[in-house]
Ligand binder design. Structure first.
Ligand code: FES
Length: 107
């Protein structure tokens, strides 16, 4: 299992445990974390699964693909160096304990 902590837009922390192979978007969506819309279902075409990766884990997540980089230009909230699409990061044991922040809006 992979432990994931989300801080939502109201500052509330939600901790979930998910199977390895789950994406960050799925971990949020399936556990009712508010603020992840995931309109496209995970095909990297909507940018409504935007998350901010906590700085402590930035060097542990794989870099974005060129396609993800392009889509990050379309996020609704401020794009930051730690911005990622939640559907494009697959969780594994090396990422257990990861902390993610939900932007204030997705659309
Ligand atoms: S769910 Fe649409 S881009 Fe991630």
């Amino acid at each position: 299992m992979v432990q994931v902590t989300f801080t939502d837009m109201k500052g509330k922390q939600i901790e979930v445990d998910v199977e390895e192979g789950t994406t960050i978007m799925q971990a949020a969506f399936w556990n009712g974390v508010e603020g992840i819309v995931a309109e496209c279902g995970g095909s990297a075409t909507c940018a409504t699964c935007h998350i901010y990766v906590d700085e402590t884990f930035l060097d542990k997540v794989p870099p974005p693909s060129p396609e993800e980089e392009d889509m990050l230009d379309f996020v609704a909230a401020e794009r930051r160096p730690c911005s990622r699409l939640g559907c494009q990061i697959v969780l594994d044991s090396a990422l257990s304990g990861i902390h993610l922040h939900i932007p204030e809006r997705q659309q």
